[in-house]
Write a protein that binds this ligand. Sequence first.
Ligand code: AMP
Length: 473
Amino acid sequence: MSESAFSKLSLAEPLARAVAEMGYESMTPIQEQAIPVVLTGKDVMGAAQTGTGKTAAFSLPLLQRLLKHENASTSPARHPVRALVLLPTRELADQVAQQVKLYAKYTNLRSAVVFGGMDMKPQTAELKRGVEVLVATPGRLLDHIEAKNAVLNQVEYVVLDEADRMLDIGFLPDLQRILSYLPKQRTTLLFSATFSPEIKRLANSYLQDPVTIEVSRPNTTASTVEQHFYNVPDDEKRHAIKQIVRQRGITQAFVFVNSKLGCARLARSLEREGMKTTALHGDKSQDERLKALDAFKKGEVDLLVATDVAARGLDIKDVPAVFNFDVPFNAEDYVHRIGRTGRAGASGLAVTLVAPSDTRLVADIEKLLKRKIEIEALEFDEDRPRGRINDGRRAWRGNGEEEERRERSEPVAQERRREPRPPSAPKDPFFDQPYEPPAREEAPAWEATAKPANRISANIKPKRKVAALFKGE
Ligand code: AMP
């Protein structure tokens, strides 16, 4: 039996069966460390990101400990909420709830998920039938508490998952209220990508003598992320993305932006330029968001433009490239964003487009990563078809972003030729043709052994492989 085999945990048969069915061969580092601790009932403060297997790390031991309450009664009173899992976003809540359901499928323990943006009635009906494990976002849970649909006085376990993100979103008052409804005698598990001073304060207030567990990003030691910071004024950023996608033969990428409005606008504009693009942001309906995700996962779209909140923790791995169209306001988001690429030992590309006004934000990232960031010049192909460039600008302006372009032009941009645009829609065959991603049957660019460097413009500085973040730190 391997050292990290699940069988060494002696999980109850229904849980072991569910795990075996999932096809997990061995435990991930967070599972190896956290499961035995949670099984003892101790509080845990875990530094682990989504993608590390942390959902199983807390749900399996939690379900194991709840098995003593398992019963087949139809009476709701026999199924009070015993474990509460709080997450910052609907997608995360949905994702975690689905996993919990799979792990609990051979038990009589019930689970449910409640989050905003959906009708409360079906959620209410499910709560009234009784559930042992309740997965929720804070706002909607409070609605249910107020409506007396959820009673939390028998909660034995509470999981604050993606706690740093919950604080970022401003959920602290909601969390405090929710926690005030719970019995003092309980086990509290807190997971966060980072242990910021705010997280430590939260832990000091609500955790008792916690065991601290830290794991690095998955495959940290094996993977490499090639990071570039390019000096690109705002009005050239879309061209930069297009150019790099083309030069590198990138098949799929995440494009991060800082605002919902910017997200929708950028997605529309890239789409208009022939790139298969979809947007993921908080103003989209739940259904739209799930569809967007699904399309990206199936490879039907090439670019997923997303805000941090919408993208955080989504179970999408191994994206060949991540673009930071906007430098994140929060340096920690840089780590989360580029954690999307370079997983599973593959090399990934992370490109951050830095406008002149972003230098302070880059300095924050430098501080967090404890290394100097070199901002490189990105020179645009001069031989690229002109129609694409001008059309792009027209679309940008047409979207009412004129004021955002301001006087931010960089020397690089000023040197570029700017042909006057024809007044009517141009008939440029290149622009009109749909964007064609590189042949998918080939090995993806990020896995190919051939060095992508020979596809890079001679004007781009040679790539610098950097060990994945936090390696050895
Ligand atoms: P999480 O970090 O909990 O969101 O998990 C990320 C993904 O890893 C999910 O798709 C899980 O199904 C999967 N996963 C969790 N534990 C393991 C494991 N021990 N072996 C393989 N995959 C796992």
